[in-house]
Design a binder for this molecule. Structure first.
Ligand SMILES: [Zn+2]
Length: 459
């Protein structure tokens, strides 16, 4: 399909997320030259021509594209392979790092393509990669991401030590990188890929957790981010050991970050299960964002982040699916439900609603990435990143409150159409920009190769 200039979407409901509670019944969205030019009732949309792409879904719900702010592209390949009986640190040391530590560029690319295929198919239009290792093949991955049509913030993992929290030599050899090389590769990748695809791709710094990053490297990464305008992402306070490590050095998570100039906009910290009230205040005051990953935190027994409290304090919260073996899915529609259910179970039904879930998964994510002027809501002047969820199936009938249906009854497989930058990337549940069958077959082949390398290395 060539470039599409005008797309008219007519739906049973349009939920723009621009105003909480507003559902436009029998609504329409018009996208022209990649930009949203109309959101409102279908009668007000004006004329269209036979050259326009018209999407008619009388039982469809149009929402802004979902924004996943914590993705490990390299982990889709090892989905379902890691036992579900271990907590984070043995899970990483015995399994995930050892598996990823045998990847080559082909494995990295096959995993990234499978991951992006699933994200597009399930309504994610923008994502933040947690940190790519050189061994996954950064250029190959960036090329695949660019070609898929998705909007992405990629990042280079930056580290110069081998530990995790207070555990020395936690990282297997295959995952260890040189600090200077990491910075060089980040700069190279940023020069090459930031701004590609008409601004669809950005490139950030993905710091490894304390224990694998020296104080000097934290300082330099913060300086480099300032100089280049790149954002920074890192795992933080995922398990209690992380907080204990900060305490052993006389810090809290937020005082540590503040000391290195790592609080502020476009600073996205994944998990944040064990942050204190004081940490939350520091995050709120500086515009620092949390990437909440409820499925991953539950599966690894890490805990439940105090998200209702974060929102009350004014912290910007976004949502993340995390990785293949921790979730084991990259379906943001399902993740919204998990987020809502956990907060309700913890605090009662009124402290985190379906609307909260939808906001953190859209505009919350856009804010975390500094993209709130471009995406995150359906508003005139923003980019045409639009998802249409089709209701009317046995799981999604009758057509009652569209937001409630979306959060509690839908899954990503109910996504029918996806536009990114005004271009159709999924139509009628079919990804147009990738060959689904060959991506899956390739991932199966590469998984076998990885498994063999992993098993022979274990002896
Ligand atoms: Zn992660």
């Amino acid at each position: 399909m060539g470039r599409v200039e005008r797309v008219l979407i007519r739906c049973g409901a349009v939920v723009s997320v621009a105003r909480r509670g507003e559902v436009i019944r029998d609504g329409a969205v018009l996208v022209e030259d990649g930009e949203i030019s109309y959101v409102g009732g279908r009668d007000g949309v004006g004329k269209w021509s036979k050259d326009d792409l018209v999407i008619d879904e009388p039982r469809g719900v149009a929402i802004p594209g979902l924004v996943d702010t914590h993705v490990h592209l390299a982990q889709a390949l090892i989905r379902g392979f890691v036992p579900d009986t271990v907590t984070l640190i043995p899970w990483l040391r015995e399994w995930v790092w050892r598996l990823q530590g045998v990847y080559d560029n082909e494995d990295g690319r096959a995993s990234a393509e499978l991951c992006v295929l699933e994200m597009l198919r399930t309504g994610t239009t923008t994502f933040l990669e947690a940190g790519l290792h050189a061994r996954y093949g950064i250029d190959g991955i960036a090329e695949s991401v660019l070609r898929s049509g998705i909007r992405a913030v990629l990042s280079k993992k930056v580290m110069d030590l081998q530990g995790y929290a207070s555990i020395g030599n936690a990282l297997p050899e295959g995952m260890v990188e040189d600090g200077e090389e990491c910075l060089k590769q980040f700069l190279e990748a940023r020069r090459k890929w930031a701004g590609a695809g008409g601004g669809r791709i950005d490139f950030w710094i993905g710091l490894r957790t304390p224990g694998a990053v020296s104080d000097e490297m934290f300082r330099r990464a913060a300086e480099l981010a300032e100089e280049t305008g790149a954002g920074i992402t890192m795992h933080l306070a995922e398990v209690r050991d992380d907080v204990a490590y900060f305490a052993s050095r006389g810090f809290t998570p937020s005082s540590f970050l503040r000391g290195f100039g790592l609080l502020g906009r476009k600073r996205v910290y994944a998990h944040c299960v064990w942050l204190s009230e004081e940490d939350l205040e520091a995050f709120a005051a500086t515009g620092t964002s949390v990437a909440h990953c409820p499925s991953s935190n539950a599966k690894l027994g890490s805990g439940i982040a105090p998200v209702a409290r974060m929102l009350e304090k004014g912290v910007n919260v976004s949502l993340g699916c995390d990785g293949g073996p921790s979730n084991d899915s990259y379906d943001m529609v399902r993740e919204m439900k998990v987020a809502a259910l956990f907060q309700k179970a913890l605090h009662g039904p009124d402290r985190f609603t379906a609307w909260d879930a939808l906001e953190v998964a859209t505009i919350g994510g856009a804010r975390a990435l500094g993209l709130e002027g471009l995406v995150g809501t359906l508003e005139r002047g923003k980019r045409g990143d639009v998802v249409v969820v089709r209701t009317g199936s046995p799981s999604l009938a009758p057509f009652t409150d569209p937001v409630s249906l979306l959060i509690y009854a839908a899954t990503g497989r109910d996504v029918a159409h996806v536009l990114v930058d005004g271009q159709p990337v999924v139509m009628d549940g079919k990804v147009l920009t990738m060959d689904e069958e060959s991506v899956i077959r390739r991932a199966e082949e590469r998984f076998e190769a990885v498994r063999e390398k992993f098993l022979s290395g274990r002896t």
